[in-house]
Write a protein that binds this ligand. Structure first.
Ligand SMILES: [Zn+2]
Ligand SMILES: [Zn+2]
Length: 257
């Protein structure tokens, strides 16, 4: 399984910047998880390969360019863009984004070949399939209803926490697996802002270190969702945890297991 963290921005030479402002991960070049930079960071031929987008929650850094992605694909679509989310998050997308005011209601529009967008409702802890992947959405603890994801392809298991503070169900599901190949987990704030992290349903390096005690598997761990203004201090604090299997995922790189 390959996962690429899409860059949020590029420097003047076209190289990805290390700061992650938006969340979007491409799985095996064809399935998007969250859509923060989905409409901004891909070349046209890369966009064409993606018709399945899983939304973990509706905070703007996770959906910012979903409307742009569908808009740019509008003319070429021969099948709808399928947006996977829980029922409450589909309702939020309809109420707050695709409401004709903020952007057109794409779920009601056709380009002459097909409807351009359709929703697929996710049910917590119910495994579903997209292409070769099976995916289990697992509720996590965030300021709004959010699901982490367990992704399985053949015998490879990779988990993505989405945005979360301290949580339990996620770890229970992962601990039932025979093995876990990799974990992408958020670490938004530095230790000095732990009250803000707790209040907003996020992690700091120290809180992450505590959470990882709940995981029974030894696996490769990638910290993501590092707030750009605190990136340097968060990197130092993550290093100070002394976990040799824990590092920061870099935007623009593809990781493979
Ligand atoms: Zn969030
Ligand atoms: Zn976020």
């Amino acid at each position: 399984m390959k996962i690429k963290l899409l860059p949020s921005t590029f420097d003047e030479h076209g190289h990805p910047c290390v700061e992650q402002r938006l969340s979007c991960y491409l799985v095996d070049d064809t399935i998007a998880i969250d859509a923060g930079s989905l409409g901004l960071a891909l070349a046209p031929h890369e966009r064409t390969a993606i018709r399945d987008v899983i939304i973990t929650h509706t905070h703007i850094d996770h959906i910012a360019s979903l409307p742009i992605f569908i808009d740019d694909s509008f003319e070429y679509l021969e099948q709808p863009v399928r947006v996977y989310a829980t029922a409450e998050n589909i309702q939020r997308l309809e109420d707050d984004i695709f409401n004709w005011h903020t952007y057109p209601r794409f779920s009601e529009l056709s380009n002459g070949h097909c409807r351009v967008m359709e929703y697929v409702t996710l049910r917590p802890n119910e495994t579903f399939s997209i292409k070769h992947l099976t995916i289990t959405p697992i509720p996590v603890h965030h300021a709004v209803p959010t699901v982490g994801l367990l992704l399985t392809s053949n015998d490879t298991h990779v988990a993505y926490s989405a945005d979360t503070g301290a949580t339990d169900e996620f770890w229970r599901v992962l601990n039932r697996l025979p093995h876990l190949d990799a974990l992408l987990i958020e670490c938004s704030f530095p230790n000095a802002l732990s009250k803000l992290a707790i209040d907003s349903g996020h992690l700091t390096p120290a809180l992450l270190d505590t959470e990882l005690e709940k995981l029974d598997h030894l696996t490769s761990i990638y910290a993501v969702h590092i707030k750009p203004s605190y990136r340097d201090v968060i990197m130092r604090e993550i290093a100070a945890c002394g976990r040799t299997n824990l590092r920061i995922a870099e935007p623009g790189l593809t990781y493979e297991w």
